[in-house]
Ligand binder design. Sequence first.
Ligand code: ADP
Ligand code: MG
Length: 322
Amino acid sequence: MLQIKHVSFTYPQLSKPTLSNLSLNVGNNEIVALVGPSGSGKSTLLKIASGLLNVDNGEVNLNNVHVNGPSEQLVAGHPKIKMIHQDFNLFPKVSVFDNIEFHLRHLVDKQKNRRINEMLKLCKLEKLKDKKPYELSGGEKQRLAIAKTLADEPLLLLMDEPFTALDNILKGDIMDDIFEIIDKTGISTLFVTHDTKDAVSYGHRVLVMKNGKIISNASPEKSYQQPKNKFVAAFFGNANIVPASLAHLLNINIDSTADILIRYENIYEMENGFEATVLDSRYLGFCYENKIKVADQITLKMWTSEKATNTIRIQIGSFWEL
Ligand code: ADP
Ligand code: MG
């Protein structure tokens, strides 16, 4: 489907490359999440994928056909690759129906109406088809944006943090809706998010980008539970990283010299466990997050359902050697 091979790219006004020798694939019907710190090159990569920037080196293919950069064609962009941004690109003065129709002008009426009705149904907009965008809620606007985008049956959907501006309650519902639509159509999707929780819950596969390179490419479970290195471990959150030399203090016996990752949720309160001093116990809503110290040498974080005070007895569950 989408193949990016050994791509390098430097903005003319910058001295260092923003993408260097970067390769990635998105398979048929696959949803790939792309995360990474701000400035790591995620948006640039999506622009390269959609033919909006010329690569310095390397190749971008869609179904084995070269994707032209802007210097290779009159109108920048690829007709079968669609991008959704934060602003929904809706036409404010026309109805929901007409907003969807815009991308189908090349079809004859019968085909066009069939397709618009399919999209209205898929995106649960049937009852709203005569409304104007300003009469829609945030979630409905988002569904209209995706209906417009998918109407013309693109081969690849790219999303550049379209959910960032939404508040948390709305965001969960809207993302569920959007990914349900994506799942039903089976469209190949590459989506950027700065939220690793979204990446692991909606992506079939997760890519982590840092300084213009893909540094991790794994299933959601592997990305979180068995990260490739310290950076990836910390990036997904809830990470205690303990040097191998101190592992024995936690009753962990390993031969290697690798650092050890222990996620907060893998430290349990246990009556016959070893003792730790509670330094701090902070309420998070769904639990207390405790900062604890073991053997005066290791500071860890762990979660408990009750507020912890003074000392606590703990045991380490699963861990991962980095
Ligand atoms: P991300 O989306 O991961 O935050 P971007 O791809 O937007 O990262 O940016 C990567 C780097 O390229 C940053 O250092 C940014 O300042 C720079 N950059 C982005 N767009 C441009 C541009 N149009 N011109 C020059 N530099 C840019
Ligand atoms: Mg960006």
